[in-house]
Design a protein. Structure first.
Length: 272
């Protein structure tokens, strides 16, 4: 995978090619890699230019071991730096879980760089409460001496997970430096209290928010609230977390149509 640098970090990405003016950045979930998003990104080839980013601390990108290196803001900086590296002024975004939260931060802090965003299962107020209970013990476990061996064993013995491609490979990468995984969690939990709803209310970047029921981490209430509070937000309800991975055509079709309109609106503004 090609790389670029930001502030001493080396960041990996994959460019699947396509029209530059319709670049869409795909951003993966927590502790996973770009491979998670590859099957989805390939469904956008042709009409769009899918680019898969690996945030620092993930995949083949640099993995600092200090929690202070990690926050939604620093992850958003990764995404903006990718656009600078590609020479793209404005792009579409498609983020899942952590990736959705990162794309939302780009919307709030760098709205001029984003034409529109598909935000799948964001983790906001409701999900954050569950995340604190779930991920604090995981961070502690990743700092134990047994973590590298346990992760390596799991990466070898677990069966392939069809709906999360690259999961086993992500475990193997994490096994090489599990402390970096702990640092990611600690950095995010330290900054998760920040309330940005007032900024959301004023953010006019178009967004398609995808939510699904019965998931305490990716709470449907978070997706619903976000879609209602964004001035140009729209909610798409998935039947479950598996729909986009096992039966993707309905959601992918809606996401393509949303991004198509976002780029067309952007083109009209540029020519006005």
């Amino acid at each position: 995978m090609p790389t670029f640098e930001r502030g001493g970090l080396v960041l990996s990405y994959e460019d699947l090619g396509g029209p530059r003016e319709r670049t869409v950045v795909f951003i993966h979930g927590l502790l996973l890699s770009a491979e998670m998003m590859t099957p989805l990104a390939r469904m956008f080839e042709g009409e769009f230019r899918p680019v898969l980013l690996e945030l620092h601390g993930h995949g083949r990108s640099s993995r600092p071991i200090e929690g202070t290196q990690y926050s939604m803001a620093t992850f958003a900086d990764d995404a903006v730096a990718l656009l600078d590296h590609l020479g793209v002024e404005r792009a579409g975004f498609f983020g899942t879980s952590l990736g959705a939260d990162v794309a939302l931060d780009v919307m709030l802090d760098h709205p001029q760089r984003i034409a529109g965003a598909v935000l799948e299962m964001p983790v906001l107020e409701k999900g954050a409460r569950f995340a604190r209970r779930m991920f604090r013990p995981l961070a502690m476990a990743l700092r134990t001496k047994r973590a590298p061996r346990a992760l390596a064993f799991a990466s070898r013995r677990l069966p392939d997970i069809r709906f999360y491609p690259g999961f086993k490979e992500s475990l193997a990468i994490l096994a090489e430096n599990p402390v970096s995984g702990a640092a990611i969690i600690e950095g995010l939990l330290a900054t998760v209290q920040q309330n940005r709803w007032g900024e959301v209310d004023r953010c006019r970047v178009p967004a398609l928010v995808i939510g699904h029921p019965r998931d305490p981490l990716h709470a449907f209430g978070d997706a619903d609230t976000l879609a209602r509070r964004l001035p140009n937000g729209r909610l798409l309800r998935a039947s479950s977390i598996l729909e986009l991975r096992m039966r993707p055509h309905r959601i992918v079709g809606a996401a393509k149509e949303f991004l198509r309109r976002a780029f067309e609106s952007e083109g009209k503004r540029a020519s006005a």
